[in-house]
Design a protein around this ligand. Structure first.
Ligand code: NAD
Length: 494
């Protein structure tokens, strides 16, 4: 439900934020300014400030200063601010949707998923401040022994462009609710929906100044967050390459990192399913948001016996999906984020065809609009099989036995999501047991996220990171402390 409109004031009036960064509770000048681009038209639709290393140091300092009094604030007050933030997402859904559609090239239903998630993330976070935050432990000593979960301090959040609102708010909301302050660096290409919207919502919700800052900027700004001594941990969502660099940098100061990284997820289709439904499921997993989803169906593995019919049906779905500007027409796919991303997708498609795959449909583009593409007979050594594509491409590879299916699914450095389609659910689960993946969906495609599920991957998709749900969020954004208390001073034999 996105239509609760009880406020008429604008949340995102550019007069408030144009050309600025949000630091220490104020909309201030950054070190430079840049244009916010609309990928569908190539037009500038706004202006933002960009943050330098000096801006990061300033924001981190004020975040550290504000954090202790924020953490000490009564839990009802912190919860109230999170609830108000949840309400604001709903009240200003139309404005936020408009920015998500134009700035990130999303179709409106995808924008609504982001806004609903943002509201739910704030409501779920509102429950965290009042939760029990430790345990009383058994001890043979004359003492009270217990654990406490304490805020980490200042959390640096670095987020990507594809689901800019969800991937920022899913870390920002629980980190704040648990008593941390946060410095957010959104991707500069989507810093309005992944940054400005959050700054304005929490400003309007009454978050004290300095507790939250938003610093748009590129990799250098992100690196400055990782290196700043006032920032206690980094929550990074992005590519495996970026995550490796962040982890290396953080390792030098032993800074804590939480890494949610790339994927190359397989949808495994056994030979006993309805192939028309399977084709629709695979099309959604591969082409939704132009394939720019970490858990997109990047590889379709299908039983050889039914592969030809399946490929034909999948191609029919692909070629019927309208592609165009989601702000002006009803389309299924919008543009990809920029020319660099488009060229990368096209390179993967053409080199995979060069290596013997059959281009069944798609493989062409106009400006940033890439046609939904189906590749058949894709070898396990081809770029479309090996690399994360992050584009609207469904590479299809066949298998003869379940052993072969498991081997193919596992032959990737990633381990984020996995879908298995079969009428024999227990056979599907037994197959899943043999494939390394942080997430498994039996009888569904690979793209799914709810605010309460522990999201995260294994292998190069994320070394043990989990986000979402109270348990994972408390693990992610608090430090565990062991405390003992005695009534008087003990006597030692020394
Ligand atoms: P990216 O790693 O290039 O950028 C992500 C963010 O990190 C951006 O804000 C960027 O400015 C910043 N960054 C990049 N290099 C950095 C560095 N060296 N130091 C500090 N910050 C740095 O990712 P991208 O290609 O723009 O985004 C797509 C990738 O993100 C895909 O690989 C996708 O699978 C992944 N992703 C993962 C998840 C997840 O939850 N696992 C969700 C969405 C996207």
């Amino acid at each position: 439900m996105l239509s609760e409109k009880t406020e008429t004031t604008k949340l995102l009036d550019p007069a408030t934020w144009a050309g600025r960064i949000f630091s220490g509770g104020e909309w201030a000048s950054g070190s430079s300014e840049y244009d916010v681009m609309e990928p569908a038209t190539g037009q500038a639709i706004g202006r933002l400030g960009a943050a330098s290393g000096a801006d990061v140091r300033k924001a981190a300092k004020s975040a550290a200063k504000a954090q202790r009094s924020w953490a000490a604030m009564p839990y009802e007050e912190r919860a109230g601010i999170m609830r108000k933030a949840g309400d604001l997402w709903r009240q200003h859904a139309d404005e936020v949707r408009g920015w998500i559609v134009r700035e990130s090239g999303s179709i409106p239903p995808k924008a609504d998923i982001e806004i609903n998630f943002a509201a739910s993330a704030c409501y779920e976070a509102a429950a965290l401040p009042s939760m029990a935050y430790g345990q009383v432990l058994r001890t043979p000593q004359a003492q009270l022994s217990m654990t406490r979960r304490l805020p980490v301090g200042v959390v640096g959040v670095i987020s990507p462009f594809n689901f800019p609102l969800i991937l920022s708010i899913r870390a920002v909301a629980p980190a704040l609710a648990l008593g941390n302050s946060v410095v957010l660096k959104p991707d500069p290409r989507t810093a309005v929906c992944g940054g400005v919207t959050l700054a304005r919502v929490f400003q309007e919700a009454g978050l004290p100044a300095g507790v939250f800052s938003v610093l748009p900027g590129g990799a250098d700004t992100g690196a400055a967050l990782v290196e700043d001594p006032a920032i206690s941990m980094i929550s990074f969502t992005g590519s495996t390459r970026g995550g490796r660099l962040v982890a290396e940098m953080a390792g030098r100061s032993l800074k804590r990192t939480h890494l949610e990284l790339g994927g190359n997820s397989a949808l495994v289709i056994l030979d006993d399913v309805d192939l028309e439904k399977a084709a629709s499921i695979a099309a959604f997993g591969a082409f939704n948001h132009q394939g720019q989803i970490c858990m997109a169906t990047d590889r379709v593995l299908i039983a050889e016996r039914v592969a030809d019919e399946f490929v034909e049906r999948l191609a029919a779905h692909a070629s019927h999906l309208p592609v165009g500007n989601p702000a002006t027409g009803q389309v299924a796919l919008g543009p990809v984020i920029d020319a660099g991303q488009r060229d990368r997708i096209h390179r993967i498609v053409t080199t995979t065809v060069d290596k013997g795959a059959r281009l069944v449909t798609g493989g062409t583009f106009e400006e940033l609009f890439y046609k939904p593409t189906v590749l058949a007979n894709v070898a396990s050594t081809a770029p479309a099989f090996v690399e994360e594509i992050f584009g609207p491409v469904a590479p299809v590879t066949t298998f003869r036995t379940l052993d072969e299916a498991a081997d193919l699914a596992n032959s990737t450095e990633y381990g984020l999501s996995l879908g298995i389609l079969t009428t024999d659910v227990m056979r599907g689960l037994a197959l899943a047991d043999r494939i390394d993946s942080g997430i498994v969906h039996i009888n569904d495609q690979t793209v799914m996220d709810e605010v309460v599920n522990p999201f995260g991957g294994v292998k190069s998709s994320g070394p043990g990171a989990r986000i979402g749900g109270a348990e994972s969020n408390i693990d992610a954004f608090t430090n565990l402390q062991w405390v003992t208390i005695r009534g008087d001073l003990p006597q030692y034999p020394f």
